[in-house]
Design a protein around this ligand. Sequence first.
Ligand SMILES: Cc1cc2nc3c(=O)[nH]c(=O)nc-3n(C[C@H](O)[C@H](O)[C@H](O)COP(=O)(O)OP(=O)(O)OC[C@H]3O[C@@H](n4cnc5c(N)ncnc54)[C@H](O)[C@@H]3O)c2cc1C
Length: 398
Amino acid sequence: MDFSEPSEAIQIRKAIDEFIEREVAPLEREHDRFLGEDYERHIVDDDHRQVPEYRDVVAEIRQKSAEAGFYGMSMPVDVGGGGVDVLTRSIVGEHVSNRPPGFHSAILGGAGGPTPILLACDERQREEYLDPLMEGEITTCFALTEPDHGSDPHYMDTTAERDGDEWVINGEKYWITNGPYADFAMVFARTSGDDGDYDGITCFLVDEETSGYSVDRIHRTMGLTPGDQCALAFNDVRVGDEQVLGEVDRGFQTAMDWVGGGRINIAATGVGKAQYLLDKATDYASSRETFGKPIGHRQGISFQLADLATEVEQVRWLYRYAAWKLDNGERARKEESMAKLRGAELYNEAADVAMQVHGGSGFMKDLPIEREYRSARVFRIFEGTDEIQRRTIARELI
Ligand SMILES: Cc1cc2nc3c(=O)[nH]c(=O)nc-3n(C[C@H](O)[C@H](O)[C@H](O)COP(=O)(O)OP(=O)(O)OC[C@H]3O[C@@H](n4cnc5c(N)ncnc54)[C@H](O)[C@@H]3O)c2cc1C
């Protein structure tokens, strides 16, 4: 058994630190209003849409990250990616998350960037969608969830019906990350079969300027970056066969093929965030004095830190084990879900401990802890809720 980190992960981490120092930090200093205590007021306009100045900074980092080879690092080399394995990508993801909120989150792409589902692109789609996406020139969004179907998306109401040599898409998608700004959407619609069938769902690549495609409203969230999620409406949207991604009726399987890696990335992000919050709380506990001694000298505080540090190590090794299994071609459904479940819970626990240790100053907006506290919560909801992860784990057991 070898617990050392892959040398590639160590190299990429170092290169990313240099990139952040060189390319991202100056932009963060220049646009500090997007990161300060009033960040929400500055990032979005009255319609809750991100302002062009903010989008421009994100686009600049995205393109520089693509040039530097970080943006599409987990995509295969033959499509212009870095070909790094799941373990390396997740270790790097943990490292990048181990910071206060900042523009560095644009480096690795996220929901609007290159996703392995697009490896199903044919030659023409690759030129039109995947290549510019890999270069950071355009962005996309993953449109699966609907107002009435989140945990059970295969019961979706969106349909695509045949009309001559076209498909006509009708339906609504909800809470779609990067939806307001995406140049094209990966839209899932039922093309055959019955409610709840995994077969019979097709993924379409739909350009945002297609007639009938609209951003209905931008959702307002408790945490994360404001203005990132929206409802998308599809009213008699007509597309040809050339817009089908992969096989007709097999879109759901194509999407599920890469969900595992996504869950591991969420877990790794949770670990990175928890480590950041633990370190911040530990520093504060060493310097803040009450009753004539640092609070870290009291068991009431130091044991909270000890328990959190133990949890961080547990989840770190859990997600790395899941990644290692995937990289070795082993089935890891149970471990992916365990890692996602615990990574999300850990981030929340860490935000809670950090706030408790900081007392009143943790509750104030001067420090990023209250923002982390709010942003952590959604980790237990998106990419499969806690309950859905437990359902998957139980199914693997029984
Ligand atoms: C910030 C954010 C970003 C998102 N980004 C995207 C995106 O880019 N693309 C996209 O397609 N979707 C996105 N989503 C949607 C997300 O994937 C769903 O919110 C999630 O899958 C849960 O679905 P739901 O909210 O409809 O909850 P529901 O499915 O309605 O569940 C409600 C509650 O019931 C529980 N529950 C449901 N079924 C069961 C069961 N069988 N057993 C036990 N408990 C159950 C759930 O765990 C939850 O607690 C995003 C959501 C958020 C909040």
